[in-house]
Design a protein around this ligand. Structure first.
Ligand SMILES: C[S@@+](CC[C@H](N)C(=O)[O-])C[C@H]1O[C@@H](n2cnc3c(N)ncnc32)[C@H](O)[C@@H]1O
Length: 315
């Protein structure tokens, strides 16, 4: 992990940082941050999810209830405020009401209100809002633009990236992240950002968001190169299944109903992000097929993105 620095510029070791986990649910963010961050405060409205959270992390720092009742002045100061806010109004599986009309994704603005209420000095140096990719593209990026500008207004530099779980697991699950750092906070720009879009993290959806944000200060956040996958062993059965899908893909995409398209989407995301390794593994024949497939994949995604009645992802 690249070196993080505290807001006073001193380097700190993993585990030394503190986080606020908004929309904490069962605690997956708290769990993922554990090697580097201690969660000082968490909040969720769902009693069942809170019970799971308490069973795993204790309840002393968890506030069960609606974020609408949280007062920013009561929250401890921390290095990071994370918000995995509800996705239903931004997901193609939902009604696409977005951040302005939706009763759930619009809770993003409660998070912003709380950040406003924490005064400038106590506001965390780093923010992250995570959601489905619809966050970036809903309403042709206009919803994202207002979310982005709200953080800029609070004195943060920001940018978005998409990370797909498929780089780490045999499952495609792209998620968008709006990451912001308070102006003046020292951070390793050369390790954590790129000069220009990186194909792995800044695909079409991020480019839509960037164009709509229209801000020269935009940050192209990047991650270290994902680990190389060992296709010869654990993933072999999946590759074989996918090879079958490759052969039927065009047909499927043309004739499929919603469920099939979801499968096509997952298969093709996997294939298109692993073109070189797959070609090595399967030989030249697949290499040609894969190239065609990637082209077809891009066409399908464009169609799916333009068709709100199709389900791509649910959570
Ligand atoms: C996308 S999920 C986050 C999942 C979480 N990261 C986890 O590990 O389970 C969004 C969460 O927002 C919570 N939520 C919905 N409305 C809320 C509200 N008014 N106040 C606080 N939390 C709310 C839901 O209960 C859900 O757990």
């Amino acid at each position: 992990m690249p070196t993080l620095m505290s807001s006073n510029g001193r380097k700190r070791n993993g585990g030394d940082f503190n986080a606020l986990d908004f929309f904490s649910g069962c605690g997956l963010v708290t769990e993922a941050l554990k090697p580097w961050f201690t969660t000082l405060w968490a909040n969720d409205i769902c009693p069942k999810k809170c019970a799971v959270y308490v069973a795993n992390f204790g309840g002393d720092h968890l506030v069960q209830g609606s974020i609408t009742k949280v007062d920013g002045s009561e929250i401890p100061s921390a290095d990071l405020a994370w918000a995995s806010f509800p996705c239903q109004d931004l997901s193609l599986a939902g009604n696409m009401d977005g951040l302005s009309n939706g009763s759930r994704s619009a809770l993003y603005w409660e998070w912003v209100r709380i950040l406003e209420e924490m005064n400038e000095r106590r506001r965390p140096p780093v923010l992250c809002a995570e959601n489905v990719v619809g966050f970036l593209v809903a309403d042709e990026g206009k919803q994202f633009r207002s979310a982005y500008l709200a953080l800029r207004k609070l004195g943060y530099l920001a940018g978005a990236l998409v990370i797909d779980a498929i780089h780490f697991l045999p499952q495609s699950r792209p998620r968008s992240f709006l990451v912001a750092v308070k102006e003046g906070t020292p951070f390793e720009r050369e390790t954590l950002t790129a000069q220009e879009p990186h194909p792995l993290y800044h695909g079409k959806a991020v480019l839509t968001a960037w164009k709509t944000a229209d801000d020269p200060e935009w940050l192209w956040w990047i991650l270290p190169q994902p680990p190389r996958r060992n296709l010869q062993s654990g993933l072999r059965p999946i590759i074989i299944t996918l090879r079958d899908k490759v052969e039927g893909t065009t047909l499927l995409a043309e004739n499929a109903g919603v469920r099939d398209r979801v499968e096509v989407y997952a298969a093709e995301t996997f294939i298109s992000t692993n073109v070189n390794e797959l070609a090595k593994f399967e030989g030249a024949r697949l290499k040609t097929t894969t190239r065609d497939l990637v082209k077809r994949y891009n066409e399908i995604i464009t169609n799916v993105e333009n068709d709100p009645s199709l389900k791509i992802e649910e959570r």
